[in-house]
Design a protein around this ligand. Structure first.
Ligand SMILES: [Zn+2]
Length: 439
């Protein structure tokens, strides 16, 4: 049995409150011991001095494009980007072709994921074809292994359908993840509605279109209770609605994406399509409000919304280019820059928002899966572990990117932290350290 000793790192496990410089011994696919001065006894040694050792990072919101758009990304290439960014588990959205709306396609994802570099769990659609009309067989999707329900890419616009989906999702024990975009207010929209969209002559996507959906859904939850999660929250007004819902005891959570924490609509100047995303980049005040919403504990999950597209697609005129940017490989660096380096939160909190909180959202934690539970670093648990260098100066280059697509507005950006080793089930799947990697 392969044995590895991660020596002398700052071990952060938010679930147990651990924050100590200590050793971690891994035997086979499990963490066998966490203690001071563990003997090497022939184990392969990883020197983690100065590094953070934490549970493997979990991203509950990625787009892997398989099936149907494998020229952008596949489950395999997306998982390569994931481990390069420190993620050991990713949850993929259902806006594939065909849509992830049947148990067969959910099982197809698990079949393909056997070859992936990290763990992959599908989020299945709430309506057939994500068309917003006919509900999917949510109970069967859950039984096939779906870890959440979402029509991401689109909102479920009909309140009646939404209510039924909430009821069925709750009965299946899953979370509903909403892409909050009122469609009649955002027809043909390409970017945030403001001074810059006017200047560029582009149709605007106002923040109120996000707020209206959250407000509606919060009202629906009082008659159709369900765990409800706001995806890629983009504007200040949304946070206040969520805060009040939480104060009223409703099971509402929210996630923030790196780009909404680091960029504003000014990035669209010059018609730069690498800054085109949905929901769009907004204003400085929104960006600051999202950072504060995280510091205040209203937004408790970080998620990349990794959305690969080809250079040809992103070369289209701004109004026609597809929405979205890749995110897995720059996420740790980006969150650290927006949140830790600015003093909004500390490293233990950032790790919590990227491990145990998304694990609980998607029922991947110990309470649901027992010893195979994810999101924690504990003796007897699965050895999914990420090492982060909190003092690693680097600038993003195309050569750094290991997924299939390159569409990121962060090329050339300087960062000061980086994931440096990713271990999945006791195997090193990616490393920037000088250790031998198991194949
Ligand atoms: Zn979305």
């Amino acid at each position: 049995m392969a044995t590895t000793l991660i020596r002398g790192g700052r071990v952060l496990d938010p679930a147990s409150g651990t924050d100590r410089v200590i050793d971690v011994l891994i035997q086979g696919d499990r963490v066998s011991k966490i203690d001071e001065n563990l003997p090497a006894d022939g184990a392969e040694i990883i020197d983690a001095t100065g590094l953070i050792v934490c549970p493997g990072l979990i991203d509950p919101h990625v787009h892997l494009r398989e099936p149907g758009q494998e020229h952008k990304e596949t489950i395999l290439t997306g998982s390569q980007a994931a481990v390069a960014g420190g993620f050991t588990t990713i949850c993929c959205m259902p806006n594939t072709s065909p849509t992830l709306d049947s148990p067969e396609i959910v099982r197809f994802i698990f079949d393909q994921a056997r070859f992936a570099k990290c763990r992959v769990f599908p989020v299945a659609a709430g309506t057939v074809g994500r068309a917003g009309e006919r509900m999917t067989e949510i109970r069967l999707l859950a039984r096939a292994g779906a870890v959440g329900i979402s029509d991401d890419g689109d909102v479920i616009a009909s309140a009646g359908v939404m209510k039924s989906v909430f009821t069925a999702t709750a009965a299946a024990g899953l979370v509903f993840m909403q892409h909050c975009q009122e469609p009649t207010l955002t027809r043909g929209a390409a970017m945030h509605a403001g001074g810059i969209s006017t200047q560029l002559g582009l149709t605007g996507w106002p923040g109120i279109a996000e707020e209206i959906i959250i407000e509606r859904d919060v009202r629906l939850l009082s008659v159709a209770p369900c765990r409800y999660h706001v995806q890629h929250l983009s504007c200040a007004g949304s946070i206040e609605i969520i805060r009040i819902a939480q104060v009223n005891g409703l099971p509402v959570t929210a996630e923030a994406s790196p780009h909404h924490l680091l960029l504003t609509d000014e990035a669209c100047l010059g018609y730069d399509t690498s800054a085109k995303m949905n929901p769009p980049l907004r204003e400085q005040s929104d960006m600051q409000a999202i950072r504060k919403g995280i510091a205040d504990g209203i937004i408790t999950i970080l998620a990349t919304d990794h959305a690969p597209h080809t250079p040809d697609e992103k070369s289209l005129p701004f109004a026609d280019a597809p929405f979205g940017i890749i995110g897995l490989e720059t996420a740790v660096a980006g969150y650290a820059q927006a949140l830790v380096e600015t003093g909004h939160i500390d490293w233990p909190k950032m790790v919590e928002l990227m491990t145990i909180n998304p694990a609980r959202l998607c029922n991947l934690d110990q309470a649901n899966l027992g010893e195979d539970g994810l999101g924690e670093l504990r003796e007897g648990g699965l050895a999914d572990i990420t090492l982060i260098d909190p003092a690693h100066e680097w600038a993003v280059t195309e050569a750094d990117l290991e997924g299939q697509s390159r569409n990121t507005p962060f090329l050339g950006r300087q960062f000061a932290a980086r994931s440096v080793l990713t271990m999945v089930g006791g195997e090193v799947r990616h490393s920037r350290l000088s250790v031998s990697t198991a194949s």
